[in-house]
Ligand binder design. Structure first.
Ligand SMILES: Cc1cc2nc3c(=O)[nH]c(=O)nc-3n(C[C@H](O)[C@H](O)[C@H](O)COP(=O)(O)O)c2cc1C
Length: 215
């Protein structure tokens, strides 16, 4: 075995969270999620609202990338992106996603599965206008996921957008958001001796069921 592989095999964390009991859980998983997110924020987890969003292309091949959760709205998870991006192409072909929150420093993860739909223009507009100025300009400068010949081209495009739109850049038509309508949400918490806790919420006929899973 190479030293590198040996060093990977030697990496081993012990988990030691207090057992998670069914009686501790909210009946609504979005309420439970909000509680866990608040605990991640309070624990100063780096980028607590960053999650890994997995999509599949029209051949069923998966890919994933980080996005930022920007809201919970009537039980839906809200994130923003570029409607011309690779992920947007995937979502046109297949709206099913997996959104994974990796709060490893808290020995926790949450996985949300479901379908997405685009947010209303009014919500996209409201959030776009709340973003810092340079982020709003950046939304014009970048053709997300398209090939780029050099960094200089991107910087030039940024300056051109600044000159064109001045202090009040409008929301680009290709910039918007998505609601993820959860079908299932799984909460995982590490426990001693690999006896981790897993609780799976599933939406069946508009009701949430809760099932404990083996770790
Ligand atoms: C911490 C972090 C947060 C990110 N947040 C977003 C986001 O909210 N929206 C977004 O479109 N891209 C975000 N990105 C960039 C994406 O991970 C990705 O590179 C980009 O969306 C293009 O993905 P695609 O080519 O699969 O469409 C983020 C990246 C990181 C590392």
């Amino acid at each position: 075995m190479t030293d590198f592989n040996q060093s990977l095999q030697d990496l081993r964390e012990s988990y030691d969270q207090e057992p998670l009991r069914r009686s501790m859980l909210a009946e609504d998983p979005v309420v439970e999620f909000q509680k866990w997110m608040q605990q991640a924020i309070d624990a100063k987890v780096y980028d607590p609202n960053a999650c890994s969003l997995a999509t599949v292309d029209d051949s069923g091949r998966p890919s994933s990338r980080a996005v930022l959760l920007k809201g919970l709205d009537a039980g839906r998870f809200v994130f923003y992106s570029n409607y011309n991006s690779r992920k947007a192409g995937h979502l046109e072909a297949n709206p099913n996603v997996s959104m994974h929150f990796p709060w490893f420093s808290m020995q926790r993860q949450v996985t949300v599965l479901g379908e997405v739909s685009k947010v209303e223009d009014t919500l996209a507009e409201e959030y776009f206008q709340s973003r810092p100025y340079l982020s709003r300009i950046g939304a014009w400068a970048s053709s997300q996921s398209q090939p780029l010949d050099s960094r200089e081209t991107l910087e030039k495009s940024f300056l051109q957008a600044q000159q064109k739109y001045g202090d009040t850049p409008p929301r680009p038509p290709h910039w918007g958001g998505y609601y993820l309508h959860p079908r299932s949400i799984e909460f995982w918490q590490g426990g001693p001796n690999r006896l981790h806790d897993r609780f799976l919420y599933q939406r069946i006929d508009e009701q949430w069921t809760i099932t404990r899973l083996n770790p």
